[in-house]
Design a binder for this molecule. Structure first.
Ligand code: ADP
Ligand code: MG
Length: 261
């Protein structure tokens, strides 16, 4: 599905922020990148959607999506891929909503820029997606302004937009970090449901090993732009070999009692 082959990324002339990164995310698989702030998680995930921040460049390797090199795509090809086959959600996707326009009008516009259809049809498509994201009274929410919703509801609206075309791959950068613990758990469960409903592969970035442990099939631990340990969830949780991973594990409260999120 998504395959990183020995990828290095640098910002300007500095040392690489990501070095020799290898990862294959299979169809329907959830992989988590964990590690401290500045370890290169965002750089890794954003390089797969052509959205590296200022001056970031892939200086080595290749990234393939369904066998196609993402590094060779034209702007037009990116527009067709993004949102429809690969989608991304951010720490506060909700904050990216325009504050002076209703959720519904933004949702309708978003849908229609990717796929031509009548406004009424797009509205219904958006409303149904909000409902699937566990937002009750979706008709009322469509008519609301972002400030009228809680942070968790806004985040769900953002995820609903990202998922409306049922993309094959969802890139999620700290999708729950800005939320309180209860809402975090709800969003995490919702993402697991998305995988179940649509077979979406998810590449998840989090500094919360608890969230990774709860959601991911496989975990990669990063520090200083490199992967220091990787394996299936059980391997990482129960037999971590790397010191750094062990320290991360010790920092998670209630890990032993399986209260992950
Ligand atoms: N826009 C940028 N310009 C220059 N350096 C950056 C930029 N974004 C990230 N970096 C550098 O790349 C490294 C990895 O950052 P990042 O991928 O954001 O880490 P993480 O998401 O794990 O916190 C850091 O050392 C950071 O300083
Ligand atoms: Mg980051």
């Amino acid at each position: 599905m998504l395959c990183y082959q020995n990828v290095s990324v640098a910002y300007g002339d500095g040392a690489p922020a990501l070095s020799g990164f290898n990862l294959e995310v299979k169809a329907g698989e959830i992989v988590a990148l964990v590690g401290e702030s500045g370890s290169g998680k965002t750089t890794a995930i954003r390089s797969a959607i052509g959205l590296l921040p200022g001056g970031g460049k892939v200086i080595q390797g290749d990234i393939l999506f369904q066998g196609l090199s993402l590094l060779q795509l034209s702007g037009e090809e990116w527009r067709n891929l993004r949102g429809q086959r690969i989608s991304m959600i951010f720490q506060d996707s909700g904050a990216m909503l325009n504050p002076i326009r209703t959720i519904g009008s933004q949702f309708v516009e978003y849908i229609r820029t990717h796929r031509p259809m009548a406004k009424k049809e797009a509205w219904e498509m958006g409303r149904v997606m909000l409902e699937r994201m566990g937002l009750p009274h979706s008709g009322d929410i469509m008519k609301s302004y972002p400030f009228q919703l809680s942070g968790g509801m806004r985040q769900r609206a953002g995820i609903a937009m990202a998922m409306v075309f049922e993309p094959k791959l969802l890139l999620a950068d700290e999708p729950t970090s800005a939320l309180d613990v209860t809402t975090q758990a709800q969003i995490v469960r919702q993402m697991l449901e998305l995988r179940q409903q649509y077979g979406t592969s998810i590449l998840l970035v989090t500094h919360n090993l608890g969230v990774a442990a709860y959601m991911a099939d496989r975990i990669l631990v990063m520090t200083g732009g490199r992967v220091v340990e990787s394996g299936c969830r059980e391997e990482i949780l129960q037999q971590a070999k790397d010191d750094y991973t062990r320290r991360l594990l010790e920092a998670v409260p209630d890990m032993r009692r399986k209260r992950y999120v």
